[in-house]
Design a protein around this ligand. Structure first.
Ligand code: NAD
Length: 260
């Protein structure tokens, strides 16, 4: 068990990548706080972990854009399990439009969930990590933390911003035994991506097949989607890594779409 006695907070854990990370962390012995605004999805993740019979999980309502909710949920998690070892800042949405059609309120909404959410959950989690003198901050970046794609001003700006935040946390966290890294997946078939396929086809005036083969997978070495399990495996590795040797990094899990 790689994560025995590890208390992990996962945001956006009621669906997709966050759910798989929660399942994989629990399978390695972690106690996992399933945080989301979608309590039905969060409850389902808790049930799935219960059925596996390894680790522990409980659902917490946490809107990552509300400082008050983030602080209260983080305090309740620390109260329940006594510590916080891992933060997976994963909650996110996607909105795609060319800039001339991108409503400003939609830009703000996306950036607030990704970037303010990462800031607020980090600020709340390090309070406990600094006291313990240990912890692992894991941010869900994207290939779009390094690359740009048309139609994604908000997403690419937010995902680049997460790299900056994570690098600052590697410097600030070091003296407290807290490391900070970013996982940068390529396209993973989750509800977030399924929704984009018809939207991008309409915006770009191409078929859905072309969106998948050329826009989404065109840059990969093998035209394959990254899987939720691929991403979860990296999250478990980062949560369990034992020293500050691995900090301030972004790990690309993208079938070679971006190499650096
Ligand atoms: P998803 O839509 O399946 O899950 C996102 C979860 O975040 C949902 O459960 C949703 O309820 C939750 N959420 C949304 N707003 C929230 C808020 N304000 N507070 C708390 N929770 C909130 O999406 P996913 O594909 O699993 O994406 C998860 C993360 O992975 C995102 O940060 C996304 O940008 C990133 N990512 C996804 C892909 C991909 O191809 N799917 C690739 C790279 C990065």
């Amino acid at each position: 068990m790689k994560l025995k006695n590890n208390v992990a907070v996962v945001t956006g854990a009621g669906s997709g990548i966050g759910r798989q990370i929660s399942l994989s962390m629990a399978a390695e012995g972690a106690s996992v706080a399933i945080c989301d605004i979608d309590m039905e999805g969060a409850g389902k993740t808790v049930d799935m972990i219960g059925k596996e019979g390894k680790g522990e999980a409980a659902a917490f309502h946490m809107d990552v854009t509300s400082e008050d909710e983030v602080n209260k949920a983080m305090a309740a998690i620390a109260e329940k399990w006594g510590r916080i070892d891992t933060l997976v800042s994963n909650a996110g949405i996607q909105i795609v439009h060319p800039i001339e059609k991108f409503p400003y309120d939609q830009f703000r909404k996306l950036v607030t969930i990704h970037l303010d959410g990462a800031f607020l959950t980090t600020k709340a989690a390090v309070k406990y990590m600094y006291e313990q003198k240990s912890g692992s901050l894991i941010y869900m970046g994207s290939v779009h933390s390094h690359e740009a794609s048309a139609l994604k001003t908000a997403y690419v700006a937010a995902k680049h911003g997460i790299l900056g935040l994570a690098r600052v946390m590697a410097k600030e966290g070091a003296e407290h035994g807290v490391r900070s890294n970013v996982i940068c997946p390529g396209f993973v078939k989750t509800p977030l991506v399924e929704k984009q396929i018809p939207e991008q086809a309409a915006d770009l005036g191409i078929s859905e097949e072309d969106v998948v083969n050329n826009v989404m997978l065109g840059g990969t070495v093998d035209k394959e989607f990254t899987t939720m399990q691929d991403v979860a495996d990296v999250a478990v590795f980062l949560a369990g890594f034992g020293s500050n040797a691995l900090t301030g990094q972004s790990i690309l899990v993208s079938h070679g779409w971006v190499m650096n």
